[in-house]
Design a protein around this ligand. Sequence first.
Ligand code: CA
Length: 299
Amino acid sequence: MDFLRAHAAKIAIAIVTLFVVLLLGEQLIVNRSHRMNTDVSASSSSQQSGDASPASTNTSAPSVATIPTYGIEVIRSMPHDSHAFTEGLLFHNGDLYESTGLHGQSSLRKLDPQTGKILKRLNIDAAYFGEGIVIVKDKIYQLTYQTGIGFVYDLKTFEQVRTFSYFGEGWGLTYNGESIIMSDGTSSLRFLDPDSLLIRKMLTVTANGVPVKNLNELEIINGELWANVWQTDSIARINLQTGVVTGWIDCSFLLTPEERSQADVLNGIAYDAKRDVILLGWKNCSKMFEVRLKSKEKM
Ligand SMILES: [Ca+2]
């Protein structure tokens, strides 16, 4: 008892100190808990409001770029030989040229660009199935589908001046001022030297990273490559450097149901730069259509 009496003051101080320490500790814990609750509440609120906070951005699904579809407006229709199994169309110095296919019906034609009337025609040996055409300088080049032989004609006389060979199938042709560009039914395009007709490079066409096969008739329009996709009424607008499809053009509305039932597939694209007019044609269709691209997206 003497010990307790002697140290009562110290013991009392120790008890009070311990009580104060415990009280402060409890207060600190309460404050910390409250701040955490406040933070969670703020974070939750910002996500629900859909703002551009990193949290809401990170939780959103990865977006896939949508390739726009462009509209076209019809200027006029013009007559077309419904017996012509169109495999290629092009303008050259205001004149219109057509290649037709099928064994025994293949031909090279020069047409009146206003009336569609056949001005000049060269029938091709029935052993060959005419395909895409292109004009470089004073020569017309024509592919022949699966026979691996191309014909080169004099532009004015249609006289055959040489042949060339290629592997695989021959579908469409066009010219970008440097190379002849050739499609073969796959997603790959060949860039050919116009003189040697050897391959300079290959380019794969893709849409959203996926190869686009069945590329068919070709045309260069204001620096872009246009290619229709076989068995569809769609034309792809293609970046010539990257092969990326930057837009689609839906041409299906051009044909009436009756014309659609009579015609085969879309397979003619020709651009007259002087008039800024695009001519579209279907195989065995009695009409061709002069159109212009609308400046705005269709949808
Ligand atoms: Ca063409």
